[in-house]
Write a protein that binds this ligand. Sequence first.
Ligand code: NDP
Ligand code: MG
Length: 391
Amino acid sequence: MNGPQKKGLAILGATGSIGCQALEVIRAFPHRFQVEVLTAQNNAPRLIRQAIEFQPNAVVIGNEALYPKVKEALESFPIKVFSGAKALKEVTEFDGIDMVLTAMVGIAGLEPTMAAIQAGKQIALANKETLVVAGNLITRLAQEKGVNIYPVDSEHSAIFQCLAGEFHNPLEKIYLTASGGPFRGKKRDFLASVKKEQALKHPNWDMGCKITIDSASMMNKGLEVIEAKWLFALKPDQIKVIVHPQSIVHSLVQFSDGSIKAQMGLPDMKLPILYAMAYPDRLHTSFPRFDFLNYHELNFEAPDTESFPNLMLAYRALEKGGNMPCILNAANEVAVAAFLKDQLGFLQMSDVIDDCMQKIHFMIEPNLQDFIHTDAETRKLALSLIKKQNN
Ligand code: NDP
Ligand code: MG
């Protein structure tokens, strides 16, 4: 008997934390998945190594200056090599791709994701910023094209798994769990002087720098609240956040009869990546298993929105709608980059975002060009606010 056909995958952001873990999953299931496209921005050596191992049809290196290096290294292989932002979009349309895993960071994912959906490719979505910025455009286009968006983010994968067999049942609310990050329990006087080295030490997850800072500042949870709205068609007051420091309960759904379903497991991104890639199947793995006897307590507490105002800023952006989540995201991307360069304090990140949300022109029904424009304007303002603070 023949097994299921191999699924052709494009991995955008293959050299990052999610991209590398996705390739680990594929290495474990070579009979189920075929790598068609790999992309990176700057990490040419890793992209070359991955291409030699997985033999994709094509690779893209975003940074055009690195094209000759990648091209030369892959000269003797039947692998097409492209570079630049336009190629990142175009490769998602190639025949042979069934699913695009969006694992690049930030708004850079927006246009490639739209192009992939336009071409009718299924999406495994890690790049949450894309949905935060333009959730209305993306979900509308996906509906039009009959494309499913499978969540990779562990919380949203948990909600999706809880909903299996329940899609027709009204849900009352969802609870997104948050670890609380490295500064859980800390107050503003402590946070005022924290440095990137402290913020980059996440207690439970090993992730890229940007999302690790977002986790420390609670912006990650704010972005996830907005991501959940679009993935599961929820109203803001149906989305609750609960801090759960052990990161074992990945999220919960409460149905209209009051019953709650939770999805649990060790914190390992390979699990939600595999679930998104193999859906609706669950494939056998030898990943470590959760042992209840190693965890005598699972704790839950309310988020501290006074010390971590980003969560409230995200709810405000969600309530307001239009281009406000785009403003929130762009200001945050700039603020995080500045914090990582020691140009902005931890608490000032929220001040910059708040300021941008008040000053950038609000639009109720933005199109793609409006989002791109809002993003550029917000970045400009955020940079000037940061510069002013440094003078
Ligand atoms: P990383 O920073 O580890 O990786 C980012 C990837 O995107 C790299 O391959 C990088 O290439 C590429 N990239 C960076 N900038 C650009 C650009 N301008 N255009 C195209 N590609 C670019 O990030 P993560 O893997 O941690 O996160 C990726 C996404 O997944 C984010 O949206 C994050 O929020 C989300 N996510 C991550 C989780 C995690 O556990 N890491 C969990 C849940 C969601 P290069 O290496 O060459 O720089
Ligand atoms: Mg998450």
